[in-house]
Design a protein around this ligand. Sequence first.
Ligand SMILES: Cc1cc2nc3c(=O)[nH]c(=O)nc-3n(C[C@H](O)[C@H](O)[C@H](O)COP(=O)(O)O)c2cc1C
Length: 224
Amino acid sequence: MAHTKDGFQLLEHKEYPQEEMLERAKRLFLQANERRTVREFSDRTVAKEVIELVLKTASTAPSGANKQPWNFCVVTNPDIKAIIREAAEKEEYENYHGRMSEDWLDDLKKFGTDWHKPFITTAPYIIVAFKKTYDLNAAGEKEKNYYVNESVGLACGMLINAIHHAGLVTVTHTPSPMNFLQKVLERPENEKAFLLLPVGYPAEDAAVPVISRKELEDMSVWYE
Ligand SMILES: Cc1cc2nc3c(=O)[nH]c(=O)nc-3n(C[C@H](O)[C@H](O)[C@H](O)COP(=O)(O)O)c2cc1C
């Protein structure tokens, strides 16, 4: 009988026949390739259970020493959304009027973005991902987290994919600097805002910029 060391369990692993493996990989690629960042939202409601599930998917991400150094704040309260929008637009106004370099503004032209962020109040859900720079144990002592940016970035990537998979849309928003989010949402000192993700349905006439994705040969190097 198979036995494992203390603290270990046998891996539950699913293997697929070659053809099915290829089919699965292709299907996921085609689906992922349909994902677009959407900046025009409908105010249609979304079932809370779906949001709970996409967050649970995000939280399956690998993390340094399994510290899972993330916390997702889910905002549906219209008053809080309005406060966040006002603060985000204040920062973004400064960004678009002096803080961003000419090159940066040039690179953003094709997205048609400016300092107005109506999606923060239109989308039914605003998820603010926080990174936990350290943890506090039950005794209130600091405990280290590792590779915090990498870990939270991975969790957010999985979240974005799960949102798309559910047939919803989001925009990866970075209203820099983001420290106002820690204050507005009354998060403790060890939590720093990482990304703001409005989630919902796209507006009926939502349009997205025409962009292209790198070809395999431009984004991978093979040593065979
Ligand atoms: C870290 C990061 C920050 C971003 N910040 C913003 C942002 O503040 N506002 C915005 O409209 N889009 C933002 N985006 C979205 C990108 O512009 C978008 O992902 C990119 O143009 C590719 O388009 P796609 O997501 O439709 O493939 C951000 C994306 C990432 C990964």
